[in-house]
Ligand binder design. Sequence first.
Ligand SMILES: Nc1nc2c(ncn2[C@@H]2O[C@H](COP(=O)(O)OP(=O)(O)OP(=O)(O)O)[C@@H](O)[C@H]2O)c(=O)[nH]1
Ligand SMILES: [Mg+2]
Length: 360
Amino acid sequence: MEIGIIGLPQSGKTTLFAALLGESAPKATAGRPGPQVGVVKVPDARLQVLEAMFHPKRTVFAEIRFWDVAERTFTKDEGIGSQIVNTLRQADALLHVVRVFGNESVPHSEGSVDPERDVATVNLELAFSDLALLETRLQRLDASLRGAKGLERESYLREHALLGRIKEQLERDIPIREQSLTQEEWRAIDMYRFLTAKPLMVVYNLGEEQRGEIEVWEKQADGQRARLLALALCAKLEAELAQMQADEAAQFRAALGWHEVGRGRIIRGAYELLGYISFLTVGPDEVRAWSIVSGTTAQAAAGKIHSDMEKGFIRAEVVSFAHLTQCGSLAETRKRGLMRLEGKNYPVLDGDVITFLFNV
Ligand SMILES: Nc1nc2c(ncn2[C@@H]2O[C@H](COP(=O)(O)OP(=O)(O)OP(=O)(O)O)[C@@H](O)[C@H]2O)c(=O)[nH]1
Ligand SMILES: [Mg+2]
């Protein structure tokens, strides 16, 4: 899972990036070309339980990769640079950091702190870049249509109609992620990697003194919109806590009345937003969590591990994490009839412990 961090200059993108990465954050960030990539482990208490049961050589958590795209992602005059757009197009989701913190010493690129305006500004920039791409593609289709006949012509016409409809709605301020498209239409536009089609997490970055307002900000943001999730946190405070020893940080959190680490809330949010779940694999070498989109079939899930496993898929031995912990071993789940054999079309569930059987 790849998530691109975007936002106006000085909104706290790099600070949030540091909060997500904690100790592993790259130190000097200024002046580096291209996106900085940070890998965050997805916390999963089930892995500790499995570790105690299987004593593996290693334990591997699922991962999310965050990109702190650039020093100046969005500027009022220039919009988003084409290189950044191309990078962002590869992401599975976008995370928009919105400045709410005051702090007079940090100038705001738009002259004043106004979170709703900034959300609208960035949304507009994303829409502009999609509109430019739609425009180019429609022109190319017009050209191709001139010489096209039969089936080829029909397929161009279909695509032209679809892109035209999408463009018209985007011009009316409806991001693609909120447009109602059929499954087939989503698939047809997938290759364009439109920015406003991506799931979006809006993170309101509050100042330390605004820490009592977290819930207010999350409630007020419209949670009902498709593929959009709003969170609020204090990025600077979270980044500081992420640098502390775990027990010291926990004491601070308790004093603040925060039950969950900001990083954990963002990771959980990303899973929810993208519809991700985790399945587990166990053995003497490693216990491991793998993230997949909910509804992924057993055969496709095997492909996450190795393409040979997908190609040579025979069947999957599946037991739920709950049943495995009740029984204490895989052998016991077999004995009690809780281990199931599933075929290639079985939709994998969160917490399934799976052994794939395959031909090489
Ligand atoms: N008071 C306060 N200051 C913050 C907070 N988050 C960021 N800042 C400050 O705002 C400034 C910019 O933060 P960065 O994280 O570098 O912002 P950025 O979006 O990465 O900035 P660019 O990459 O230059 O666009 C720094 O001086 C931070 O210390 C916050 O939650 N509270
Ligand atoms: Mg930065």
